[in-house]
Design a protein around this ligand. Structure first.
Ligand code: NAD
Ligand code: UFG
Length: 337
């Protein structure tokens, strides 16, 4: 089977996807600048996948790198994960996000066109729906004004991919709008290990429970939700990884030039307090947490309609939110040193 270039391949979702690709018979080739991951992840991927996985340390904004990789590993598809993803930081440093997330995609698309690579899977996000009128969103739901510069970069990249494919007609793409990926690989060799203080809820919870953080702040208790805390669609990262295998299979079958968008979630929302309670049940200990003011840019509630991904991509999530929290916690316990 063919080589697949995975940008951001040592990151949280990229590393799990590299394993899923290898298990499905694809040959992942990783590109990452290690701005939010460590090189040792490559070894862990190889251990779980049982194959050697080429790794290139480099930046997606460096156009030359794609020719170099292609010369050694002639890939015929790209999965583009590489981006910065901290919503709060993007509000403080918008240009850092515009530069990395948008320029990486510009340079990659240009290189793909030059090399004649015609299949792209792009990591998008439910942030493209902005603040939705109703929490249950389908791919037809309106794309509202992004709540943060991070969200804006995802919307711009989606639109840029669509436009360039419209104009050039020589590429096809799947845009995967992830909801909230959490968890770790069942082997506990791969998990979520952001550099610095985590922005996301689940790694913050597990790091608090293990003693790396003092206390979890639950941002806001007066949202328009049953218990006042925000509701999100948390999905196991291995289910998200498998969606990429389905997306590649889908693109391999398609002869058209076009863009196809899919929500990648479970269809079920949980509040922050429900996640905290589930974690406490699993760990058997009370978590140190307190309410704190709302975080800028958070919306009340959002969860996915997954019907299109179920029927068109032939994909569905298999693991539960509880499985994901259990794996995240076991992973944290294993890596506590
Ligand atoms: P991550 O930070 O763990 O992984 C991203 C990887 O990209 C990191 O390893 C980082 O070092 C690398 N990277 C960043 N900029 C780069 C560049 N210019 N060149 C090369 N490498 C670069 O994040 P993740 O959670 O795995 O997210 C992957 C993708 O999915 C991102 O595009 C993110 O925006 C998107 N996404 C994530 C979530 C989530 O909650 N995790 C939700 C929706 C969308
Ligand atoms: N939360 C807390 N305390 C924390 C961290 C988070 O209460 O310390 C709350 C947030 O306020 C939110 C919920 O937990 O209500 C989930 O927050 P996350 O930061 O884990 O996730 P978000 O829904 O804000 O954003 C995530 C990713 C983005 C992605 C988005 C939608 O960070 O990259 O999901 O897919 F775009």
């Amino acid at each position: 089977m063919a080589y697949v270039l995975v940008t951001g391949g040592t990151g949280f979702i990229g590393s799990h996807t590299a394993v899923a690709l290898a298990e499905a018979g694809f040959k992942p080739v990783l590109l990452d600048n290690l701005s939010n991951s460590e090189k040792s992840v490559v070894e862990s991927i190889e251990k779980v996948a049982g194959i050697q996985v080429p790794f290139f340390e480099g930046d997606c904004r460096d156009g030359v790198i794609y020719e170099k990789i292609y010369a050694e590993y002639p890939f015929d598809a790209v999965i583009h994960f590489a981006a910065y993803k901290a919503v709060g930081e993007s509000v403080q440093l918008p240009f850092k996000y515009y530069d990395n997330n948008i320029n990486s995609t510009v340079i990659l698309l240009d290189a793909m066109m030059k090399l004649g690579i015609d299949k792209l899977v792009f990591s998008s996000s439910c942030t493209v729906y902005g603040k939705p009128e109703k929490p249950f969103v389908t791919e037809q739901s309106p794309l509202n004004k992004p709540e943060s510069p991070y969200g804006y970069t995802k919307l711009v990249c989606e639109q840029m991919i669509e436009q360039v494919i419209d104009l050039k007609q020589n590429m096809r793409a799947v845009l995967l709008r992830y909801f909230n990926p959490i968890g770790a690989h069942e082997s506990l060799l791969l998990g979520e290990n952001p550099i610095g203080v985590p922005n996301n809820l689940v790694p913050f919870i597990t790091q608090t429970a293990i003693g790396k953080r003092d206390k979890l702040s639950v941002f806001g208790n007066d949202y328009n939700t049953p218990d006042g805390t925000c509701v999100r669609d948390y999905i196991h990262v291995c289910d998200v990884a498998e969606a990429h295998v389905s997306a590649l299979a889908y693109l391999n079958q398609k002869n058209d030039s076009g863009v196809h968008k899919f929500n990648i979630g479970t269809g079920r929302g949980y509040s922050v307090l429900e996640i905290v309670k589930t974690f406490e049940e699993i760990s058997g200990d009370a978590l140190n947490w307190e309410f704190a003011p709302r975080r800028f840019g958070d919306i009340d509630a959002i969860y996915a309609s997954t019907e299109l991904a179920n029927t068109e991509l032939n994909w569905q999530s298999k693991r539960t939110m509880k499985d994901a929290i259990e794996h995240a916690w076991n992973w944290e316990l294993k890596h506590k040193s």
